[in-house]
Design a protein around this ligand. Sequence first.
Ligand code: ADP
Ligand code: MG
Length: 678
Amino acid sequence: MKQEDRISVIKGIGEKTETGMAKLGIFKVGDLLEHYPRNYDVYGEIKEIEALEEGETAVIEVAVANLPQRKKVRNLQMIQCWVSDYSGRLLVTWFNMPFLQNKIRMGNHYLFRGKVIRKNGMLGMDQPVILSKEEYVNQKDVLQPVYALTAGITNNMVKKAMSIAIKETLLDKDYLPAEIRKECNLIEEKSALRKIHFPNHLEELMEARKRIVFDEFFLFTLALNYLKKQKEQKSSNFKMLSTEACEELMKRLPFSLTEAQRKVWETIRNELQGDSQMNRLVQGDVGSGKTIVAELALLMTAKNGFQGCIMVPTEVLAKQHFQSLSQDLNGFGVRIVLLIGSMTAKEKREVYSCIKNHEADVIVGTHALIQETVEYACLGLVVTDEQHRFGVKQREALFNKGLEPHILVMSATPIPRTLALILYGDLDVSTIDQLPKNRLAIKNCVVATDYREKAYRFIEEQVKAGHQAYVICPMVEESEVMDAENVIEYTEKLQSVMPSYQISFLHGKMKAKEKNQLMEQFSKGEIQVLVATTVVEVGVNVPNATVMMIENAERFGLAQLHQLRGRVGRGGFQSYCIFVNGSQSKESKKRLEVLNSSNDGFVIAKEDLKLRGPGDLFGIRQSGMVEFKMADVYQDAEILLKANEIAKRFTEDEVKLLCKKYEGIRSKLQLYTSDLFL
Ligand code: ADP
Ligand code: MG
């Protein structure tokens, strides 16, 4: 089979599996091969029930003690049964696997492998895999790939399909010539593919990972360097004049800009007035006030008779920006429209026509802004907020919507300057390195789970005082469906503890419309406590919220925790962040201590790297840069530098790419950039 073939060519993949795989973004054999494991584990020894610990994944050998019961909780099918060994008993639960009811027999012995959880004070096991004795014995010490899954797709299904695909796919010759592989100490592409999915031991895995990370960085930096070269010294098609309106807007704000905001704004203003097209990245920690800088730039653009748009990664954020822009720019004669995926076709058509006929000056939206159907009358400025969530491709797509508009990119990801210069190679970088003066430092605490009751009382007090709180729910690794279930259950529990307040939940499985509505209610103060998954991570701004409580904080990356914490402390009120540590391990304690002792994103990123060290393969990904499936900008910084060095050789001397030897690289680059330049 070939990489371009549909996955249905793989034996065992029928229509149903194909649909499921599509949800994971896997359509072709090549997509499957690039569906890298998100982790690995080893089965290890069989454990006694008595010795199980909450949070661990373990194999148990048990007898089924009762007839499996079928239950329905909301729209989830559950199968439950009690199992026991001589040391104790345990409740086992499967979700959405009704067929197990007839498969699991009372009195029979089984090997189960799954995560030990605590429910209503008792230990249990959710969604265990059933292993045959033979499977277990053969695989006991082998590194098992763990894949991202979705409803209807099990890890075993992916494993089976993968093993066939790896054996039977005809791969092209390695695109990297031996000379580069040798210089960078890289194994062959083909071998990396096998070893990343089915490593025989840790060393193989490390080699494979290194090669794949290199490829990701190399192609990325190659494309970026190439882009930069094309863009160099473009003259401005949208040369602007300064406008009173911006001064007026600043006067009207209830605060004055920080020194850092003012400086960055001045740079941007000068560039918009200058002769060259602007390409600028504004970095600034969460809460440093990046939005207002974008608003000023958009106002200036509109006042100069051009259109400006701002693209954000989520609908919730788009709505929020739309509202604050509408408020702040009210009375300036600027027409603002919102464009998001969940609008009706009719609503969208109206907005499209406004954009095309220049009846809209500022357009706020999500990816919907780069749909083919959107035509801009005269797009002079493109802003992307929370840029790390977008790829270069999306940025380029938006750029191509106009006649080389000015580009302003905003990001809160704290990336060291040397790396930022590479990753944002086509952009100039400014930093807002100061928080607004009215801010009180967030007070942090790291606590164990038995502190929960106290935390609830504390939240109640804050709510009584008129404030609001977020509770981030424990993550369930297995699936989004179960995450949702978890959030709903947690909300019910919390509601019974705090019956007199409005508590609602928000999770990724909800419809965009529902999410938007809830966030709106929360920002209006109609909801006091919002229980959520990490969907609130990015950009959400409700300054009245003063408590952030994060359950299972040990399961998140530090950078992500920092982003989550950034949802509070956005106004003048004292705010608090409670990290609930659900693990006993010393390491998670140490990691969380970093957050406890600093509120500075850069410091946290640095400390995190130190703690994890370069050998940590399974470190939680930090950057969330969409371009990379495997690479982690922090952890793999050295590989990034090397990849960039090699990439530069090709862009500095373009003739080089024409050599026969580098044919493979040339066609990879073309593939990588084809959607940019078509
Ligand atoms: P971020 O940089 O995380 O995007 P925002 O732009 O959303 O931050 O700003 C966070 C909050 O701080 C907003 O409520 C905003 O109105 C407020 N803010 C921005 N600049 C200042 C300032 N100079 N002084 C006081 N508050 C400010
Ligand atoms: Mg923001």
